[in-house]
Design a protein around this ligand. Structure first.
Ligand SMILES: [Zn+2]
Length: 315
């Protein structure tokens, strides 16, 4: 357990490192259409989703700081309409870093109440980002083709993870509770919880209707079926952690048990995904999240583990 303690001590500086490491990676790429009026811009932090409404544009997440100009340049390739609203899926700096560059006159900033509290907190390394409108469990914005639905189902990656749905275009921006189609980074310092994650994901899978395209917080666009299988994997991960701990086993034994299910292989890959900013291979993230689950089950303070040293990655 010595290793857990050391990695846990990374704390806030670990999250700050997301910004540092991402600077060495490919930046913003060409805007791409997801479906209908929904587009996505990859790189320089999390995905930015672009939703073109009748009279303006809504941005979901704004990447790392200093990305505002480039985001705007990509938006201009598909529309001349002004930015009217920014919705943040959560409070991490690689998702709201350029809010202040893009939120000038009349631009409304929207987030979950728990994310609002963190974004407006003084004294953080990333400065204050004002939120104009927040929601607790559900909120609708606009109607017809412009309609946006915001859902919150509980903790996971943080305790402020919003699911943003564009019903007319059957598309959802999931934020980092679903990134890279691998078990997500859990940030206990921002209220994230591995034990809560399966319940939150299950509520999302059964509580949201009519979505075909799921935009990951980082990475690609998945189908609803892939999102459903991601829920199954995370449910199994926590269940396996509980059973293994009861039997006196450890995290690597739990990982071996998960590995025996052929349906889970995509979540247990041993290669680093191209463009991944943090966290190693999918399999090393599964091991990390078993460590987090074990800590939570033991009633210990769960650590933030951004990644394991490569020599400790499971094969
Ligand atoms: Zn995040």
């Amino acid at each position: 357990m010595k290793r857990l303690a050391v990695l846990g001590a990374l704390g806030v500086s670990g999250l700050a490192a997301v910004g540092v490491t991402a600077q060495g990676l490919p930046g913003i790429t060409e805007i791409e259409q997801v479906n209908g009026n929904v587009y996505k811009i990859w790189g320089a932090g999390g995905n930015t989703t672009v939703f073109v409404r009748e009279n303006d544009v809504v941005l979901i997440d704004t990447k790392l700081p200093n990305s505002g100009e480039q985001i705007l340049a990509e938006v201009r390739k598909v529309t001349d309409l002004p930015i009217g609203m920014i919705i943040n899926t959560h409070s991490h700096p690689d998702h709201m870093g350029s809010n202040n560059e893009l939120s000038g006159d009349g631009v409304e900033v929207v987030a979950h109440v728990n994310s609002e509290r963190r974004m407006e907190a003084e004294g953080g390394p990333f400065g204050v980002s004002e939120v104009d409108r927040s929601f607790s469990n559900y909120m609708e914005i606009g109607d017809g083709a412009d309609r946006i639905e915001l859902y919150y189902f509980g903790a996971g990656h943080t305790d402020g993870d919003a699911f943003v749905v564009f019903p007319e275009d059957r598309t959802m921006a999931a934020g980092d509770i679903y990134a890279w189609h691998m078990s997500p980074l859990i940030d206990p310092g921002s209220g994230g919880s591995m034990l809560a994650l399966p319940t939150t994901l299950t509520a999302a899978v059964y509580g949201i209707d009519g979505v075909d395209h799921v935009i990951q917080g980082h990475g690609d666009v998945s189908t609803w079926e892939e999102f459903h299988s991601f829920m199954n994997f995370n449910r199994a991960l926590v269940q396996t952690a509980e059973q293994t701990l009861q039997q006196g086993g450890d995290e690597r034994q739990a990982l071996a048990a998960l590995d025996r299910n052929p349906g889970f292989q995509i979540f247990l890959g041993t290669e680093v995904l191209p463009g991944l900013e943090y966290g190693g291979s999918p399999k090393s993230r599964a091991l990390i999240n078993l460590m987090v689950a074990f800590a939570e089950l033991r009633g210990e303070e769960a650590p933030l583990i951004m990644g394991l040293p490569q020599e400790e990655w499971p094969e």
